[in-house]
Design a protein around this ligand. Structure first.
Ligand code: PMP
Length: 408
């Protein structure tokens, strides 16, 4: 059977992620990777999890329940915790607004299923999170790639996208993946104004929001919209749908994410989830709830301190060693530094040389561009290596880039 000929149009539209292909190379233990956007496993809260499991095993009824199918909408105490954590005096969220999902990735999948007709136009940042582009791609949309600068989305370009009929905007306002940018408050306010002027839903992905290293980020788009609308109006008039995850602050293997959605959309998302996987893992949601309610602030504080040192090591080494023709700016949180190489330098070819000559990996940036381009960009992640390793590796990478720039 030639499977290519029987595949559905949707399946044909979805492409292998460049990151997945790349991760295969990383099986080589000699390669030092700055490619994956993953948390450092050495920092996982394993002793806290051990304690939580012991406590759970002592409660026979709850322990048994943890292995049963759970409600499609999610484990109620976890939904209540999420609602309380993200509620504001204006939005007044409750558990009924929170759908627990199998990672933020499933949130995006369900939102695409709920909101996106085949070939519909949607607005995404250029560059944008590859995993989201991949989800949307399966529905064969028309991507409207919105330009960004060091502060994230550029408002005139976003307005153009809305004028062109974008069905929604997908955006990561805090420490963006892959660009590292954080939208300042005035742009957040402008996004909300534009959303309401053109009646366009906003999918706000807050995957990295808690990982700030200098100051907390400005209010989220959800909070900003709450203030814009005033008390108690979000449930009826809100356009911001917020997607969060436990992957970056707890552990990705929990596969616990969530969607905060207004009531008019919520039920449809819950039905789509039911059709998709019946429910998320009960035991994992319980672990996430216990971690969240007893250990999270201290754990996140520890992550901030350690990741901040790694961010500093990367930024300082790049500042010291990169030629002036390479542009980057220091991220104030998250996991990524985004480099723009001199025009004409191809990051894919650079990766081949980095692997071959320096045993170093990063992600070439082209894949993060919905409509092509970005051949001279790349993403570095500082989350998994100690500062001295980062310093040495960045010096070697910068050396390679300098040699390439000279020979161009
Ligand atoms: N959104 C962003 C911006 C991400 O970087 C990621 C993971 N790399 C996800 C969503 C998906 O996270 P998860 O499914 O693990 O919650």
């Amino acid at each position: 059977m030639i499977w290519q000929s029987v595949l559905s149009e949707d399946a044909r539209a979805i492409k292998a992620s460049e990151i997945r292909e790349l991760l295969k190379v990383l099986a080589d233990p000699e390669v030092l990777s700055f490619a994956g956007g993953i948390p450092d496993p050495d920092l996982f809260p394993v002793s806290e999890i051990r304690l939580i499991r012991q406590r759970l095993e002592q409660d026979e009824e709850l322990h048994r329940k943890s292995f049963q199918y759970s409600q499609t909408e999610g484990y109620l105490p976890l939904r209540q915790w999420i609602a309380a954590r993200y509620s504001t005096p204006e939005t007044r969220l409750n558990a009924d607004n929170v759908l627990v999902t199998n990672g933020a990735q499933q949130s995006l999948t369900l939102l695409a299923a709920a909101l996106l007709d085949t070939h519909a136009p949607i607005a995404v940042a250029n560059p944008s999170y590859l995993g989201a582009l991949q989800v949307f791609e399966a529905r064969r949309p028309t991507f409207i790639a919105v330009a960004t600068d060091d502060d994230g989305l550029i408002m005139d370009d976003l307005e153009r996208a809305f004028q062109q009929g974008a069905k929604f905007l997908y955006t990561i306002p805090d420490f963006q993946n892959p660009g590292g940018m954080t939208l300042p408050l005035n742009r957040r306010q402008r996004i909300i104004e534009l959303a309401h002027e053109y009646d366009v839903p906003i999918l706000e992905d807050i995957a990295y929001r808690d990982l700030w290293y200098d100051n907390p980020p400005p209010p989220s788009l959800l909070e900003t919209e709450g203030r814009y609308l005033g008390k108690d109006r979000w449930a009826d008039d809100g356009l911001v749908i917020q997607v969060g995850t436990a992957s970056k602050t707890m552990m990705p293997a929990l596969r616990v994410g969530w969607t905060i959605a207004p009531p008019g959309l919520f039920d449809k998302l819950a039905i789509l989830k039911q059709a998709n996987d019946l429910s998320s893992s009960g035991i994992n949601q319980m672990l996430a709830f216990e971690l969240a309610s007893h250990h999270l602030p201290d754990h996140v504080q520890m992550l901030r301190e350690i990741y901040a040192l790694r961010r500093d090591a990367m930024v300082e080494a790049l500042r010291r060693h990169l030629p002036n023709s390479v542009h980057f700016s220091a991220p104030s949180g998250g996991m990524f530094v985004w480099l723009t190489l001199p025009e004409g330098m191809d990051a894919r070819r650079l990766l081949e040389k980095a692997l071959d000559q320096e045993k170093l990996a990063f992600v070439p940036g082209a894949a993060f561009h919905a409509n092509g381009g970005g051949d001279n960009t790349l993403r570095l992640s500082f989350s998994t290596c100690p500062p001295d390793v980062i310093e040495d590796a960045m010096k070697r990478l910068a050396g390679l880039i300098s040699r390439e720039a000279r020979s161009a």
